[in-house]
Design a binder for this molecule. Structure first.
Ligand code: AHG
Length: 334
């Protein structure tokens, strides 16, 4: 039987990338492997969510005051577990946890990286079988190796991310991650239990026809957003349209689609929530990094997301991300 040499697993890919850097220690590859392992475990649970007793609320609230679903708890434990037991991560920050957790064993203290993640984004969609996802962000520590990680390691500008990615549990499960060198997507091949390279060198189309926003918030948004959304609705063939509105309410799925097909995703501030809903460190920074590496843009409506200096772990920000030309048109709207 012939061997399909075109198939490359996530591990093979990250190791091959590492070979280009003679001083690389393999820690980042190890970290991505750990994340891939947790993702596979979450994939299994997500796929049987309707069969076993993991739907519904876990009965607690997360630190954001939102209901925690049982799968959220499971996913959080899986990602935290693999990162704590691996040898590449000195500490984590999670949407589900009040504060950062630094690992104080000898091996973790020597680790170069810290990781922030939203274990299960879009969790209000779990019960209705809509795609959900995990988002992660990796920083090189600024604190001294050999000692435990500090808050400063986590409160870095997004521009300093070494890698960022997401897993989408959709019609298939995919892991997409970016380093400064590019964005690559891996689809879980269930027959061998491996993420395999399916979307090499992803580029975000310069423009597109999709705009994604919660229209229910329209009258709560600032005038600039209202004007841009109205302009999207008024697009004709002559002006690059017509546009199509697509909004699932699972950012991973919404931004993934727009990354592949071209489009703009917006979660602006509203009268009720001037800083919007999304978290800078777990949601916006990673997606801003991925989309920028792929050729797109990401802002809070005024400044580049990746240049915002975070002051707290659970900070929120308005978020606009997508194809370069659509973002520029939004920026010019006044
Ligand atoms: P949650 O994890 O609580 O379901 O939040 C999902 C996030 C994000 O993924 C999505 O784009 C946005 O919240 C949807 O919020 P709205 O329902 O307010 O539009």
């Amino acid at each position: 039987m012939g061997i399909n040499r075109k198939i490359q697993t996530l591990d093979e890919f990250t190791i091959q990338q590492m070979r280009d850097f003679p001083n690389a220690t393999g820690e980042l590859s190890g970290l991505l492997r750990d994340i891939g392992l947790a993702a596979k475990r979450v994939h299994v649970e997500v796929n049987k969510a309707g069969l076993v007793d993991i739907l519904g609320d876990a009965g607690t609230m997360n630190v954001q005051g939102e209901e925690v679903k049982k799968l959220d708890v499971f996913a959080n434990n899986q990602f935290m577990g693999v990162l704590q037991h691996g040898i590449s991560c000195a500490g984590i920050g999670s949407e589900e946890l009040d504060d950062i957790v630094v690992f104080d064993d000898e091996i973790s203290a020597q680790s170069k990286y810290v990781c922030l993640f939203d274990p299960l984004d879009g969790s209000s969609n779990i019960d209705v079988n809509v795609s959900i996802g995990t988002i992660f962000s990796v920083f090189r520590r600024v604190s001294e190796l050999g000692k435990v990680a500090t808050k400063e390691d986590f409160l870095q500008q997004g521009i300093n991310q070494v890698a960022a990615g997401y897993i989408i549990y959709g019609s298939s499960t995919m892991l997409v991650y970016a380093t400064r060198r590019g964005v690559n997507g891996f689809t879980l091949d269930q027959s061998i239990g491996e993420f395999t390279l399916s979307h090499p060198d992803i580029k975000c189309p310069e423009t597109g026809k999709i705009y994604s926003i919660n229209h229910g918030n329209f009258f709560q948004c600032e005038e600039k957003v209202q004007k841009y959304v109205t302009a999207c609705q008024n697009k004709t063939k002559a002006t690059g349209g017509p546009y199509t509105q697509r909004y699932i309410g699972s950012m991973v799925a919404d931004v993934h689609r727009n990354l592949i097909k071209g489009g703009i995703f917006m979660y602006p501030g509203t009268l009720e929530k001037p800083k919007g809903k999304l978290r800078l460190l777990y949601e916006c920074n990673p997606f801003a990094f991925i989309v920028e590496v792929a050729g797109g843009k990401a802002t809070n409506g005024k400044e580049r997301i990746l240049e915002i200096q975070p002051t707290e772990i659970h900070q929120r920000t308005p978020f606009f991300v997508g194809s370069k030309l659509m973002m520029e048109e939004f920026e010019k709207t006044n």
